[in-house]
Write a protein that binds this ligand. Structure first.
Ligand code: UDX
Length: 431
């Protein structure tokens, strides 16, 4: 099959590489010449394990073609995927301007051949119908069917999530479009959910909001634990043993970040408000997420006596260089404001942190240099490298053995034995 993917962020590039890897010819449309050159030369731009190899292999095989032109990509393709960004606006609603601009461009180039226009960008209910309207307004003869094909990949495990999905959701009001999409997705394992446009659009928001709700619930319970002598890890381990609840995605910490949960919870709340619904639950999920980092910071500010802070982990989660809405960004901002000197280390995200903070932060090439002579150590991302780090060495290098574990990766008892004043999240005996 020949397909086009418009946009080459996480969703676009990973999908393009995977479909090309299955033997399809995939056009990828972008608008920044330097980025397209990098992609052509095999540099995926984003940090994602395994992606560079897949990109290079499919570039070599000639199955991936990067371009800034809509022609001949659109008229050759049976399916066109829209995968451009839908960032949050100041009021929390999704900014759909890039999606609508792309729809207009498609309208100008679409031929009279039947083409499926499938949106992989996360868009509020009704957006795909608006996309259809725009294309048909520009080109009344367009022979298209719109579809929603949400992507559930996580950064850091994007390839395996795409190659081994739990489910493939395909939504359209056209059976012909669903059949085409089923054919393209045939090599993938996982359940198939075929549904109408609105349900498919809702599935993505409901999934991300449910996951964010579980995290905020864990963080709320951690606040109770902190004040009552309970230990959040033991509490949630036992809660999670109930098979109706489960333990996955219920870990307390400094809160969720990234390009999806914060924006998608807000966008679903915004849709709810427009529909006249009570969005209290979703509003609380976001509020508690903010509270999680505030509470962590409160302890740091109360307990650290010196001015030198060493931070381990800056990305919003491990295995990515992404710092969008990362708890680290907020925490560093506040620490700098309060006059602390911050030294940080991360396996992948230092370049992005540098872009925000410039020389206001010192970034170093290894964990031990980051914590050397520190008055406190903050762990903000649970990279594997930190889980079994030589803590005796850390203890010997810091000035004050004060460690704030924002991801609960260490055992409080062992930390005490090693001579640390340890502060986890929701772990009362350590506070
Ligand atoms: C998420 C969804 O998981 C994915 O299905 C969707 O397609 C995009 O959004 P992603 O943002 O890449 O993926 O990361 P994810 O692994 O879900 O983590 C999101 C944030 O939640 C991270 O900041 C992580 O640290 C935090 N988190 C996750 C917790 O704080 N506690 C948990 O128990 C799980």
């Amino acid at each position: 099959m020949t397909i086009t993917v418009i946009g080459h962020g996480y969703v676009g590039l990973v999908s393009a590489c995977v479909f090309a890897d299955f033997g399809n010819k995939v056009w990828v449309i972008g608008h920044t010449p330097e980025k397209l050159d990098r992609l052509r030369s095999g540099d995926p731009i984003i940090y994602e394990p395994g992606l560079a190899e897949m990109l290079q292999e499919n570039n070599r095989a000639g199955r991936l073609i990067f371009t800034d032109q809509y022609e001949p990509a659109i008229s050759e393709s049976e399916i066109v995927f829209i995968t451009v960004g839908t960032p949050p606006k100041a009021d929390g609603s999704a900014d759909l301007s890039a999606v609508y601009k792309v729809a207009e461009n498609i309208g100008h180039h679409i031929s009279s051949k039947f083409t499926v226009i499938s949106c992989k960008s996360t868009v509020p209910v009704g957006t795909n119908l608006a996309v259809e309207k725009i294309i048909k307004k520009v080109n009344p003869k367009a022979n298209i069917a719109v579809a929603s094909c949400p992507e559930f990949l996580r950064e850091g495990s994007a390839l395996s999530d795409t190659l081994v999905p739990d489910r493939v959701v395909l939504g359209s009001n056209s059976k012909r479009a669903i059949d085409k999409l089923l054919e393209l997705h045939k090599p993938l394992p996982g359940k198939r959910v075929t549904t109408n446009l609105a349900s498919s659009e809702m599935i993505k928001y409901a999934s991300n909001s449910m996951l964010a709700t579980k995290i905020s619930f864990a963080n709320l319970i951690s606040l109770y634990c902190e004040q009552t002598g309970a230990d959040v890890e033991e509490v949630l381990d036992a809660v999670g043993m109930d098979s109706r609840i489960g333990r996955t995605f219920m870990y307390a910490g400094v809160g969720y970040g990234g390009s999806c949960f914060p924006k998608d919870v807000q966008a679903l709340a915004d849709t709810g408000k427009k529909l006249g619904l009570d969005t209290g639950l979703l509003d609380s999920v976001e509020r508690i997420n903010h509270l999680a980092r505030e509470n962590f910071l409160k302890h740091v500010l109360q307990e650290v006596k010196g001015k030198k802070i060493g931070i381990l982990g800056l990305a919003f989660k491990p295995d990515t260089d992404d710092i969008r809405f990362a708890p680290s960004v907020y925490i560093i901002e506040q620490l700098i404001k309060k006059g602390f000197t911050v030294t940080g280390y991360d396996m992948a995200a230092m370049g992005n942190i540098r872009k925000i903070f410039g020389d206001k932060i010192t970034l170093v090439e290894d964990a031990f240099s980051a914590i050397k002579d520190a008055d406190a150590v903050l762990v903000l991302t649970e990279w594997n490298e930190f889980k079994q780090i030589d803590l005796k060495k850390v203890r010997s290098l810091v000035k004050t053995p004060l460690l704030f574990d924002g991801r609960n990766i260490y055992d409080p008892i062992k930390m005490k034995e090693l001579g640390f004043t340890y502060s986890g999240v929701g772990r009362a005996d350590t506070k």
